[in-house]
Design a protein around this ligand. Structure first.
Ligand SMILES: NC(=O)C1=CN([C@@H]2O[C@H](COP(=O)(O)OP(=O)(O)OC[C@H]3O[C@@H](n4cnc5c(N)ncnc54)[C@H](O)[C@@H]3O)[C@@H](O)[C@H]2O)C=CC1
Ligand SMILES: O=C(CO)COP(=O)(O)O
Length: 356
């Protein structure tokens, strides 16, 4: 295939060669789906691309080498440019972009094992939607701290992106954010597939916060649904959830406008509406009276909101940001608030203007 010239992106920033080799670290549902998006994007643009996936499980890796991932994406065929290994070195070798797709709470430990093998100049991309417990760090901050990657080589992808729908090639939009506009454009080009449409942003903080907090709000919506409440309740929690997400993003220097977009409202609506969402499902089970432990036993995949909620709450308190829905979810998760008290607690708050 003919190679397109190095991409001349709009705006200032780094010009990069088209993506030829990419490492995807994490073989769960989103890592695998994003590997498929990259493979399908390359095929659609006539670009030669090698997508190498790292997985912990020999069985999943063997399956991926047969161009499928039965455990996480049953029935989905994967592009032939995807190969997989349990050896991170083999996967990382020569990669121009390293896509990180492990549970948020495991990133620090995983990345410290991989840092020495990250290729020089590789763009490191977070697909994760979680905040680290203890440090309250965003994934981009962990990437910077652990691997010493400069901000212009750290990107995040976030939006209304339920993996299974994308794996089924259902039309979806997303946001690729990087402080370096040209790098965001370069990555967006590489993941533009016939069914996947990325927009670019330089608001890394806003895009990350949108993805983190929507999981907590989806728990709250699920709890209300589990208690048998209807669509007015759901819309109220979503809307006020967006307001508190926007307050947190703004306090961290993010752009409030980002919250009106795909990584804010878009993801909130998708996650709070979908039966495919692990966070929404976990919330529903809590609302039906299961304990956090029982919910954990029922779900084999990561519901990031459960671990991130206390970190979001702590971060908000440090910054003096009012996040009543998050606070109520944390109280439920800690067993301090019965699920049937979550609604009344939120309604009992002092009256105020909607814009405050
Ligand atoms: N599944 C989805 O629809 C989407 C997920 N995300 C985010 O992507 C991230 C990954 O999610 P999924 O792929 O869906 O999760 P998953 O549960 O499907 O897969 C997680 C992967 O990480 C591995 N893993 C589990 N624990 C680990 C540990 N301690 N150390 C290293 N690896 C470990 C698993 O073996 C698996 O390969 C999460 O932050 C999630 O919020 C973002 C957008 C969509
Ligand atoms: O982030 C997601 C959709 O954008 C996936 O949501 P869950 O992690 O709740 O399944």
């Amino acid at each position: 295939m003919s190679a397109p010239a190095a991409d001349a992106a709009p705006g200032s920033g780094t010009a990069r060669e088209p993506l030829r080799r990419v490492a995807v670290m994490g073989a769960g549902s989103w890592g695998t789906t994003f590997a498929k998006v990259l493979g399908d994007a390359a095929e659609a643009s006539g670009t030669d691309l090698q997508v190498r996936v790292w997985g912990r499980s020999e069985a999943v890796v063997a399956d991926l080498n047969q161009h499928r991932n039965t455990r996480y994406l049953d029935g989905i065929g994967l592009p032939s440019c995807i190969s997989a290994s349990t050896d991170p070195r083999k996967v990382l070798e020569g990669a121009q972009a390293v896509i990180l797709a492990v549970p948020a709470q495991s990133l620090r430990e995983q990345l410290s094992q991989w840092a020495a093998d990250l290729p020089e100049d590789a763009v490191v991309v977070s697909l994760m939607k979680g905040l680290e417990l203890g440090s309250d760090a965003r994934m981009s901050e962990i990437i910077s701290e652990v691997a010493g990657i400069p901000a212009e080589r750290i990107a995040v992808v976030s939006g209304p992106n339920l993996a299974l729908e994308i794996a089924r090639c259902q039309p979806t939009a997303s946001v690729v954010a990087c402080s370096d506009e040209a790098t965001a454009h370069w990555l967006a080009l590489a993941c533009t597939a016939p069914y996947f449409r990325p927009y670019t942003s330089t608001d890394v903080v806003g895009v990350e916060i949108g993805g983190i907090v929507k999981n907590v709000i989806a728990l709250a919506v699920g709890i209300c649904e589990g208690k048998g409440m209807g669509d007015n309740t759901k819309a109220s929690v979503i809307t006020r959830g967006l307001a508190e997400t926007t307050r947190l993003a703004s306090a961290l220097g993010g752009d409030p406008q980002t919250m009106a977009g795909l990584a804010g409202l878009g993801d909130l609506v998708a996650t709070c509406s979908s039966k495919l969402s692990r966070n929404h499902t976990a919330g529903t089970l809590l609302g039906q009276g299961l304990t956090v432990e029982q919910v954990g036993e029922r779900t084999t995949q990561v519901a990031e909101g459960i671990k991130s909620a206390p970190a979001v709450h702590e971060l908000a308190q440090k910054l003096g940001v009012d996040m009543p829905i998050t606070a109520a979810v944390v109280a439920v998760l800690k067993g301090e608030l019965p699920v049937d008290q979550l609604g009344p607690l939120l309604l009992a708050r002092q009256l105020k203007s909607e814009g405050d």
